[in-house]
Design a binder for this molecule. Structure first.
Ligand SMILES: *[C@@H]1O[C@H](CO)[C@@H](O)[C@H](O)[C@H]1NC(C)=O
Ligand SMILES: *[C@@H]1O[C@H](CO)[C@@H](O)[C@H](O)[C@H]1NC(C)=O
Ligand SMILES: *[C@@H]1O[C@H](CO)[C@@H](O)[C@H](O)[C@H]1NC(C)=O
Ligand SMILES: *[C@@H]1O[C@H](CO)[C@@H](O)[C@H](O)[C@H]1NC(C)=O
Ligand SMILES: *[C@@H]1O[C@H](CO)[C@@H](O)[C@H](O)[C@H]1NC(C)=O
Ligand SMILES: *[C@@H]1O[C@H](CO)[C@@H](O)[C@H](O)[C@H]1NC(C)=O
Ligand SMILES: *[C@@H]1O[C@H](CO)[C@@H](O)[C@H](O)[C@H]1NC(C)=O
Ligand SMILES: *[C@@H]1O[C@H](CO)[C@@H](O)[C@H](O)[C@H]1NC(C)=O
Length: 403
């Protein structure tokens, strides 16, 4: 009767939530409330999580896996009495005194903006694209974890990961910024993390600054009346080139004032002469190419790798080559890990500013995440020695001059 007992737990949990809700919700705005406005995060843009506030607890609902996280304030009575670990509800006592993250899927940059790096005690890879995480790891303050060793991971108050297929344990919380379709929606996941540490005020402040800067840059790009360069995000895999149609990338092109390549079809087999002919023709209409081809060795991915994969002899009509606009987003790396999946997620305003410079070069803006492979730019390998601040401090977002 496993199903029945699971269902029973679920009903009990719902009942409890309803009860706690009933007793605390009414007074949130009242004078006796312990919940101050600055301690509440409102989710404005992201669609895959929601946060609800009571007086001594919070509930985060994760729309991707349907789980609810009941966050109980450590000084409340309910925290000492309540413990949930069902398929739908898990409880956590907050603020978390320590936690670990699956660094393959969780941008540690969120923690840096929130000033939470010193509570990060475990990571799943030593190739994190963050100087200060590397420094703490090197100093022995962060432990290396085996993703499937749940015994080891259970020593932390929470483990943040995003692999929906991986079986999860009681202290696992699913964090899925990459499930969102726009750059701002992804960045807003800083509020998810903030709720676990009672640092909503900081999370709100960072997100608001990032969003205002992003929207300002996008507004300027939108008001541009000049020619819109056509941009292709393309990747090569196993003999086939494909063009990205992912909403996230399209949004960046739109917001930076470009035109996305509208190809007839998405995949082109370079061994098929008809496909190759069509690919050749379509690429003659493109002004900017972003080559997303995966590689385990970004340092070794150069213009010649691109040309070899392209397999087209006559490149005379390719203006993205003659006009030197062939890019990759692996400018900042740590071996094979890209800061594109870390810092770029929490700071989309920097990515947007980069793209505006890529599309409409001024020569007086330093690009953060993209490298120009026609110009032979090579990736910067991030190391612990590049950590130039106190690891306990908060990292401020970089605001790009706008207007
Ligand atoms: C709630 O926010 C206020 C104002 O931002 C701050 O002073 C207070 O410390 C916060 N409380 C908690 C529990 O973080
Ligand atoms: C609750 O957490 C705060 C901040 O980490 C800590 O200072 C305090 O001692 C904790 N209280 C209890 C009862 O555990
Ligand atoms: C990781 O943990 C799992 C489960 O405990 C074990 O089977 C596996 O051998 C471990 N891997 C490494 C590299 O230690
Ligand atoms: C994490 O915090 C919990 C609760 O405070 C504590 O019991 C546990 O020992 C800590 N784990 C580590 C690895 O510091
Ligand atoms: C590409 O085309 C070649 C020749 O027609 C064929 O052998 C190969 O299987 C195709 N590759 C894919 C991934 O479809
Ligand atoms: C080449 O790039 C410049 C900006 O650097 C742009 O003004 C021009 O239109 C581009 N030419 C072509 C053919 O794409
Ligand atoms: C770079 O890649 C090429 C072909 O993919 C390979 O032959 C070469 O050994 C690589 N060089 C290095 C330094 O890894
Ligand atoms: C770009 O970076 C270089 C080298 O760090 C620096 O000298 C220059 O001032 C920077 N330019 C701008 C516009 O920030």
């Amino acid at each position: 009767m496993v199903m029945d007992s699971a269902a029973c737990f679920w009903f009990q949990a719902l009942f409890l939530l309803a009860l706690v809700w009933f007793f605390s919700y009414g007074s949130v705005d009242g004078a006796s409330s312990t919940v101050k406005v600055g301690n509440i995060s409102k989710v404005e843009d992201a669609v895959n999580f929601h946060i609800y506030y009571g007086q001594t607890f919070k509930v985060i609902k994760n729309a991707v896996d349907g789980q609810s996280y009941l966050l109980l304030q450590n000084n409340s009575r309910i925290a000492s009495r309540t413990k949930y670990c069902t398929s739908r509800i898990k409880s956590f006592v907050i603020p978390l005194s320590n936690f670990s993250v699956d660094t393959d899927s969780f941008p540690v940059s969120f923690l840096e903006h929130l000033g939470l790096l010193e509570s990060l005690k475990g990571v799943t890879s030593d190739t994190v694209a963050s100087p200060c995480v590397l420094k703490l790891y090197k100093e022995g303050q962060i432990e290396m974890l085996n993703k499937s060793d749940y015994q080891m991971i259970s020593q932390f108050s929470a483990h943040f990961f995003s692999d929906a297929d991986q079986h999860s344990a009681c202290n696992f919380a699913t964090t899925v910024p990459f499930s969102e379709d726009t750059p701002l929606q992804r960045a807003e996941w800083i509020k998810f993390m903030g709720a676990f540490a009672n640092v909503e005020a900081r999370a709100n402040q960072v997100y608001t600054a990032v969003k205002e800067n992003y929207l300002c840059l996008a507004e300027i790009a939108k008001s541009r009346t000049s020619f819109k360069p056509t941009v292709a995000w393309m990747k090569y895999n196993n003999g086939v080139w494909s063009f990205t149609k992912e909403a996230y990338y399209l949004k960046y092109v739109e917001d930076s004032g470009g035109e996305i390549l509208d190809a007839n079809k998405n995949t082109y087999n370079v061994s098929d002469s008809d496909d190759l002919e069509e690919l050749h023709a379509i690429l003659c209409t493109v002004e900017v190419v972003i080559d997303e081809t995966l590689t385990s060795d970004p340092l070794n991915y150069t213009l010649s790798t691109f040309i070899q994969n392209l397999n087209i002899e006559d490149r005379s009509c390719f203006s993205f080559l003659s006009n030197t606009s062939l890019w990759r987003y692996d400018k900042r790396i740590q071996t094979s890990s890209l800061d594109w999946y870390n810092g770029a997620v929490s700071q989309p305003q920097l990515v947007l500013a980069d793209l505006i410079e890529v599309l409409f070069p001024t020569g007086n803006y330093n690009i953060t995440y993209f490298r120009n492979i026609v110009k032979g730019e090579t990736p910067i390998n991030i190391g612990p020695e590049m950590c130039d601040r106190e690891t306990s401090s908060t990292l401020d977002p970089t605001i790009v001059p706008c207007g």
